[in-house]
Design a protein around this ligand. Structure first.
Ligand SMILES: NC(=O)C1=CN([C@@H]2O[C@H](COP(=O)(O)OP(=O)(O)OC[C@H]3O[C@@H](n4cnc5c(N)ncnc54)[C@H](OP(=O)(O)O)[C@@H]3O)[C@@H](O)[C@H]2O)C=CC1
Ligand SMILES: O=C(OP(=O)(O)O)[C@H](O)COP(=O)(O)O
Length: 338
């Protein structure tokens, strides 16, 4: 029988994961849970996704809005083999006891603390660690992007030290209350930003320092990367290695893609749902070697790069496939790769 998947928290990440689950031949979406009726509740209804009330006291609100409910989140979790919790940061931790009460394995997102779970997860980095685990955290968008990049570099050349400056978008496009509006903020101002330690939840022995900033942008994050390798390949060899990674897109020279705006246009022109970009986007021209120091720029679409990772994490916790099979199946069904 196909794996029965519930999505608790139908926002930026949850609605994308729900769509991706429906594309999997070995999974079925049992339903999604929301706290209130709004345009996203209507979207779930229009897609035929059974909708469950995340808060029992609010059932009346859905009835008043004319939105049909299939039940409460408790019933949703009871009917699922795996729950993907995509609630706002911190709410996942509050929900953990609900999943434990039903003995249902759960995936959490990068906004939760690493110590909430048995293991953090990145499909390219440590798929096997999540096999059979009950509580797994799919690391944040930025950490996902860093893990995908560092995994092949470590395997092929060895990483002596990684230093990354993350220029982070202030908020997602629909988050009208976020900022900064007119500033460039060191964020956090102290070192390291949480991304370095977060990478170490995937690669415990990797030496990495990260610095973060927030800027008035909503489309994507951008990473300025320096990795001191344990050998001295030339830039072409590194580019070829990265080109061979299924979740890395090397932006070709001469494509006229000069930033996140053009990348989003590129994705929309190619019919990507919501203009999503599941891949790390590395500017080929930026891939440079100075001795054993690799330099490059990569852009990360924060709203979507963790989506294929969640699908793979479902297969890991249920033991439904190994890393290679799962990544290939997810890529093919979702459409990863330009
Ligand atoms: N957006 C991003 O760039 C990324 C986010 N993440 C992580 O993913 C997680 C989710 O983030 P994101 O999708 O952006 O957040 P959103 O706020 O977009 O979506 C979360 C949704 O959960 C719903 N919700 C709130 N409380 C509950 C509850 N108690 N039970 C069920 N649903 C609830 C809210 O909708 P409603 O109240 O209407 O039901 C909300 O829309 C966080 O851990 C975040 O750090 C990871 C990578 C990137
Ligand atoms: O996980 C993310 O970024 P992060 O890796 O900087 O924590 C998402 O882009 C969410 O970031 P936010 O916590 O600024 O909303």
């Amino acid at each position: 029988m196909n794996v029965q998947v519930a999505v608790n928290g139908y926002g930026t990440i949850g609605k994308r994961v729900a769509d991706a689950v429906t594309l999997q031949p070995d999974m079925e979406l049992v339903g999604v849970a929301k706290t209130r009726p709004n345009h996203e509740a209507e979207l779930a209804e229009s897609k035929g996704y059974p909708l469950y009330a995340a808060i029992e006291d609010r059932i009346d609100l859905f009835e008043e809005a004319g939105i049909e409910l299939a039940g409460t989140v408790d019933e949703l979790v009871a009917a699922a083999d795996v729950v993907v919790d995509a609630c706002p940061s911190g709410i996942g931790a509050e929900n953990k006891s609900l999943y434990e009460d039903h003995d249902t394995p759960a995936l959490y997102q990068g906004g939760e603390d690493a110590d909430l779970v048995d293991t953090s997860f990145n499909a390219r980095g440590n798929f096997a660690d999540a096999v059979g685990a009950d509580h797994v955290r799919v690391v944040s968008c930025n950490t996902t992007g860093l893990s995908r990049l560092l995994a092949p570099l470590e395997a092929e050349y060895g990483v002596e030290k990684a230093r990354v400056t993350l220029i982070r978008r202030g908020g997602d496009p629909a988050q009208s209350g976020r900022g900064p509006i007119n500033d460039i903020l060191p964020n956090p101002v102290h070192l390291p930003s949480h991304h370095g330690p977060d990478v170490n939840t995937i690669f415990p022995d990797l030496d990495i320092d990260t610095l973060g900033l927030k800027v008035p942008a909503t489309l994507m994050h951008t990473h300025s990367v320096n990795v001191t390798l344990e050998s001295t390949p030339d830039a072409d060899a590194v580019a070829e290695l990265l080109e061979g990674e299924s979740r890395i897109f090397l932006i070709p020279e001469g494509s006229d893609i000069d930033g996140a705006g053009a990348l989003k246009e590129f994705a929309m022109d190619r019919g990507r749902p919501r203009g999503d970009i599941w891949e790390n986007c590395i500017w080929r021209e930026s891939v440079s070697m100075e001795g054993s120091d690799l330099y490059l720029f990569q852009a990360i679409h924060q709203e979507s790069d963790v989506v294929p990772e969640n699908v793979d994490a479902i297969r890991a916790v249920t033991g439904a496939a190994d890393a290679e099979e799962s990544i290939a199946r997810t890529n093919e069904t979702v459409g990863v790769g330009f």
